[in-house]
Write a protein that binds this ligand. Structure first.
Ligand SMILES: [Zn+2]
Length: 149
């Protein structure tokens, strides 16, 4: 582990672009970075969150192909974890707006439901639950230590 200083390293992209010049996102799970980082002599610092130090070395050394497979698995895991909750949230918003027949829904009604869900935070909650489930899956896969192929 290294703590970030005033290094002049260049940022570079991984599959999800998570190795940053500044600690913005965790290179392991995609959540907010903490100011901790991992690096070796050859490559820039990979910033990480407070939950990912145990898996940082493994993720750092992972090939882009392997990381892509982990990320794809995490997307599937996140979708499975939150699908029911998200469907219920969206259907509830539609019913609350008086929309019970989707085939009769107008574009304006749909946009009004989206605007309501944006203003009441339910769309943000959907995004957050998805990101948390993604991050959890990334950590679990790395902790399991299984090659993703
Ligand atoms: Zn993390």
């Amino acid at each position: 582990m290294t703590r970030p200083g005033n290094s002049n390293h260049q940022p570079y992209q991984t599959v999800t672009g998570r190795r940053d010049r500044d600690p913005v996102t965790c290179g392991c799970c995609g959540r907010e970075a903490s100011g901790l980082g991992y690096a070796d002599d050859r490559r820039p610092i990979m910033w990480i969150c407070t939950q990912c130090p145990p898996i940082a070395q493994e993720v750092y050394r992972m090939s882009p192909k392997a990381l892509s497979i982990f990320e794809n698995n995490a997307c599937l895991d996140a979708a499975k974890a939150v699908a029911m909750e998200q469907a219920e949230t969206i259907l509830s918003a539609l019913f609350d707006a008086g929309i019970t027949d989707l085939s009769a829904m107008t574009r304006e009604q749909f946009e009004a439901v989206v605007a309501t869900m944006t203003s009441n935070g339910s769309l943000s909650a959907i995004a957050q639950s998805t990101l948390l489930a993604f991050a959890e899956s990334m950590r679990r896969q790395a902790e399991d230590g299984k090659a993703p192929f």
